[in-house]
Design a protein around this ligand. Structure first.
Ligand SMILES: [Zn+2]
Length: 90
């Protein structure tokens, strides 16, 4: 979720900070936010879901002559430029 979306949610006061937890990487702490069910629905309606590649992953990586693949390092799926564009357009 980007900062703008997050800011919007806070304005709707459907989200509140419930605590902090250690960051996955680094020594800092990140806020733990809790949303109400109404906000969950709002997110569903207003936050675009990332388009998935044919293999069900996100992101498109240009492999040059080999075509395109997703951003999942463990995935060997290849698809063509047209499909890549579709994924990028959403
Ligand atoms: Zn994949």
């Amino acid at each position: 979720m980007d900062d703008r979306t997050h800011g919007k949610l806070r304005n709707h006061s459907g989200v509140r900070k419930v605590g902090e937890q250690p960051e996955d990487c680094g020594d800092g702490y990140v806020g733990v936010w809790k949303v109400t069910e109404a906000v969950d629905n709002w997110i569903d309606q207003h936050v675009p879901k990332p388009s998935l590649t044919p293999c069900g992953h996100t992101g498109v990586v240009n492999l040059g002559e080999e075509g395109y693949t997703c951003q999942n390092d463990d995935c060997d799926e290849r698809f063509d430029r047209e499909t890549a564009l579709e994924v990028l357009r959403g």
